[in-house]
Design a protein around this ligand. Structure first.
Ligand code: ADP
Ligand code: MG
Length: 255
């Protein structure tokens, strides 16, 4: 199916938790190769949207089309394998594993070896392991972590843990990368490094949905921004337009 420029379409999504409409008939259209910002006050439904897009929640109504095909009802792992990778609002690494092991976990899905080949370390498994190791090192290098490969994830500075999560998401070789508040808790130099990494990934052709609170981050990298408030989309457009929008200002001021 030819979906043209549109990689992801969110069509009238309703996500209800009891009486609460965490998402209330939200539409989104994400264009291939762009960075699409998703902003809004706390509790406005941003993370819920991520969870709907990645199969953690099944929407009460509405549809999500990825490359023209509905993802609703698919498992999270099937959605990930089909090309949508993510990071979480709270860092979710294997703390006691090294940085490179955290990435290797994400690469195992590419292995074709069977259990016997793995158990006996037969040639195909040996070759696949070596290739995975090389690829994991390349991903660490890509995010500037090549010197931290053998550090336990929990011992990395917080900013580097964030970078490691992004590298792990990239191990899935995604077309679409969802980042949930990647700049939260980062220092100014860390944010600069994050922006460098995001731009580098964008330049490699990957599309982003970026949930972010830091307006300077949103303003500097997003092509389009959608604004949620109480589960509804209240504004959409170029970052500067959205920032000047009365409804958006009111939503953030809570008036
Ligand atoms: P944001 O990421 O924009 O801060 P969330 O998407 O996390 O907001 O939450 C939106 C609303 O949905 C909040 O009121 C939150 O309490 C509610 N919510 C999110 N997930 C659940 C859930 N699993 N069960 C009940 N309520 C939820
Ligand atoms: Mg959130």
């Amino acid at each position: 199916q030819n979906t043209g420029d549109e990689i992801l379409k969110v069509d009238s999504v309703l996500m209800q938790f009891g009486g609460l409409k965490a998402l209330n008939n939200v539409d989104l259209s994400i264009k291939r190769g762009t960075i699409h910002g998703l902003i809004g006050p706390n509790g406005s439904g941003k993370s819920t949207m991520m969870n709907v897009l990645t199969g953690i929640y099944i929407p009460t109504a509405g549809n999500v089309l990825y490359a023209g095909e509905s993802v609703v009802g698919k498992t999270s792992s099937d959605i990930a394998l089909s090309g949508i990778a993510r990071t979480f609002q709270n860092v979710q690494l294997f703390g006691e594993m090294t940085a490179i092991q955290n990435i290797l976990v994400g690469l195992h899905h590419t292995f074709k070896s069977n259990m016997v080949e793995i158990a006996l370390n037969l040639p195909r498994y040996k070759k696949e392991s070596q290739e995975a190791y090389a690829r994991a090192m390349a991903l660490l290098k890509f995010v500037g972590l090549e010197d931290f490969a053998n550090e336990e994830a929990r011992n990395l500075p917080y900013g580097k843990q964030r970078s490691l999560e992004i590298a792990r998401a990239l191990a899935l070789d995604p077309e679409l990368l969802l980042l949930d508040e990647p700049a939260a808790g980062l220092t100014a130099p860390d944010i600069k490094e994050l922006l460098r990494i995001i731009r580098k990934i964008r330049d490699s052709g990957i599309t982003f949905i970026l949930i972010e609170h830091h307006m300077d981050v949103v303003m500097s990298v997003c092509d389009t921004v959608s604004v949620l408030d109480f589960g509804q989309k209240i504004a959409e457009g170029k970052p500067a337009e959205v920032q000047a929008d009365e409804k958006v200002i009111h939503a953030y001021l809570g008036t």
